[in-house]
Design a protein around this ligand. Structure first.
Ligand SMILES: *Cc1c(COP(=O)(O)O)cnc(C)c1O
Length: 360
């Protein structure tokens, strides 16, 4: 059945090796692989647990972590919850999560209670915001940082496993030697003042990888968390390709349901489209237009690239995408058109229940 998201296991294994070579061998960091973009598909988890390179398997959704926790633990690896937890999910966190990212004192106290009920000590990673302005204690708020660390130190069932930062997500701030060095400094200060050892100083996501080959990753960063660079081979700081990776491990396939010659300009008064946008048209005369049965409910139209370079995406709505196939005239009704995906396209296709995920 179509639409189909083909996930090529050999290519993902190749990417895993390539990022591990940089992050672990060259960078001396532990490797945390992030599964959320493929909704922690069990077949993806199998690839990760069978790899000796993966140290942590992480997701932002507790449901996903719960689905893979026993498999990952059995393989001797640790489960991680990336999104700072909701109060309502703390019981599940204590049960399924080995390392929980955190930023709020109240949540830490409540998590301590849940861990106590299970008789366990819960490892947490305190997020520090270095300016991207998503989660974490703001790095200039010394007082809050101190108070949070002090609270954790007082909790019987919480252990401060480390600190971490997230960049290039909300504020699009690029990780550099200078901002990541501030994280290392904060870690060293915590170790000095509280006489503790932090096991992890996590220096970010796929946008931090590029620093390692350039020799600019600060000493002291000892973990990276990778989703997009592993799945699509992208260095997300400067939109280059990471050495040794491929970008076609995930392919979206959709079927042509209509194929007709029509003008390129709509006829009649122009209002707004189905999403409230004013469309823009270019007059290309009569075009050969193909409609494929996949739409904005399943993909991000701006985040998919036809493998056949003669095809151009004209636009789409909830259930249809319109392609200009004038230069690719051999296509027939019922043919399959293939696309490479960007992050948004991958995320939506993997999440849509209407797109069949097929590992091969
Ligand atoms: C999603 C996420 C990642 C992975 O990001 P990529 O850009 O896909 O590598 C890492 N850390 C956190 C906190 C995340 O939410």
């Amino acid at each position: 059945m179509y639409p189909k998201l083909l996930i090529k296991e050999d290519k993902l294994r190749q990417n895993l090796k390539a990022v591990a070579k940089i992050v672990k061998e060259q960078g001396g960091c532990s490797l945390m692989i992030v599964t959320k973009a493929l909704c922690a598909d069990p077949k993806l988890i199998d690839i990760l647990v069978s790899s000796s390179e993966v140290d942590f398997v992480a997701d932002s959704r507790i449901k996903n972590v719960a689905s893979f926790s026993s498999k990952v633990r059995m393989a001797g690896k640790k489960t991680v919850l990336l999104r700072i937890p909701m109060m309502c999910e703390l019981a599940m966190v204590a049960k399924h999560v080995d390392l929980c990212f955190i930023s709020e004192i109240e949540t830490i106290k409540a998590l301590d209670q849940e861990a106590k009920k299970l008789g366990k000590v819960q490892d947490v990673l305190l997020m520090v915001d270095l300016g991207d302005l998503r989660e974490g204690v703001f790095f200039k708020n010394e007082g809050e940082l101190q108070e949070t660390i002090k609270t954790i130190a007082e909790m019987e069932n919480i252990n401060l496993y480390g600190i971490g930062v997230n960049l290039t997500c909300y504020g699009a701030i690029i990780p550099k030697n200078d901002n990541l060095s501030q994280l290392v400094e904060i870690a060293e200060k915590i170790e000095r003042e509280y006489n503790v050892t932090l096991s992890m100083v996590s220096g970010g996501n796929s946008s931090s990888v590029y620093l390692i080959p350039k020799g600019e990753m600060p000493e002291g960063i000892n973990n990276l968390r990778l989703g997009e660079s592993f799945l699509l081979g992208n260095d997300t700081a400067y939109e280059t390709k990471i050495d040794g990776t491929c970008d076609d491990g995930l392919i979206l396939q959709a079927q042509i349901v209509e194929l007709k010659e029509k003008p390129s300009l709509p006829i009649g008064e122009v209002g707004v489209d189905a999403f409230g946008q004013k469309p823009y048209y270019e007059d290309r005369g009569i075009m050969k237009r193909a409609i494929i049965a996949v739409g904005k409910q399943d993909v991000d139209i701006d985040s998919m690239i036809p493998l056949d370079e003669r095809i151009e995406i004209m636009g789409g709505s909830s259930d249809h995408i319109i392609l200009d196939v004038t230069r690719a005239s051999e296509y027939k009704l019922g043919d399959i058109v293939e696309f490479k995906l960007g992050y948004g396209g991958m995320l939506k296709a993997a999440t849509s229940p209407y797109v069949e995920k097929v590992f091969e």
